[in-house]
Design a protein around this ligand. Structure first.
Ligand SMILES: [Fe+2]
Ligand SMILES: [Fe+2]
Length: 250
């Protein structure tokens, strides 16, 4: 059976064409697993202490309006006749906003206040504000890779059915986000020679390693309680990184 990746590769007729991804996001919107919000489970004091600050930070990180990303994409697409990337990107941003909304609903139910900003998130946003499309997507890809590990940990930390279902849906979405961003980077960097591609791949690796360390400092409680030692956390994130690099360099 032909997969999304194969279809995407077969599309390669020179344009910055993302109709397959636009269609994927449209279809995914119709197939979101509904969270059973009627679950009456109340987090224990210990569970609450473990996730409280961490979920606040991740929720705010998911809630971007994507204004600068859309601007960077529009600037890039000036010379491209196909605008399907912009449609795919808009649907992708809506998906991240759904994550923020659903995490917010869960937090409200458990009386965890929603915060407006956090400095780590602000740094990420500033980095993207002054970046071109490829740099913006690179920063985003780093966050997507870490999300595939973090939400797997968060899923295991509590006995809440809501949070378990919600993390399951987010994890399915984030795995595809890694592929979407990887494919975008592949398209944006296709004119480069092998040596330059390799150097930029190293830069992505350093960015990931640095961000992983920062995220560990703030979120180790959730990661550890979710079964991730520091080594397992790094290894899991790097497995996802290598999957992404495989897609970028295929
Ligand atoms: Fe997300
Ligand atoms: Fe994502």
């Amino acid at each position: 059976m032909k997969g999304l990746n194969d279809e995407w590769i077969m599309e390669g007729h020179g344009d910055f064409n993302f109709t397959v991804w636009r269609d994927y996001f449209q279809e995914n919107k119709m197939n979101v697993q509904q969270v059973n919000w009627s679950d009456a489970y109340k987090l224990s004091k210990h569970e609450l202490q473990t996730i409280y600050k961490s979920i606040q930070q991740f929720q705010v990180g998911e809630s971007s309006e994507g204004k600068f990303l859309i601007k960077a994409a529009k600037d890039y697409l000036v010379d491209q006749h196909d605008k399907s990337y912009l449609q795919a990107l808009t649907l992708f941003i809506q998906e991240e906003q759904r994550h923020a909304r659903d995490l917010g609903l869960f937090m409200k139910k458990q009386h965890i206040p929603i915060i407006k900003k956090h400095w780590v998130d602000q740094v990420f946003r500033r980095l993207r504000r002054f970046a071109n499309l490829e740099q913006s997507i690179t920063v985003l890809l780093t966050a997507e890779i870490i999300a595939t590990v973090y939400y797997d940990a968060l899923k295991q930390v509590t006995s809440s059915g809501d949070l378990h279902d919600l993390c399951g849906q987010i994890l399915r979405d984030e795995a595809k986000h890694v592929e979407f961003q990887s494919h975008t980077i592949k398209r944006l960097s296709k004119h480069r020679n092998k040596c330059l591609k390799k150097s930029i791949s190293f830069l992505r690796m350093f960015l990931l390693a640095g961000t992983l360390l920062t995220v560990w400092v703030y979120h180790y409680k959730v990661l550890k309680a979710g079964g991730y030692s520091f080594l397992k956390y790094f290894r899991s994130a790097f497995n996802e990184f290598y999957r992404s690099e495989g897609l970028i360099n295929q």
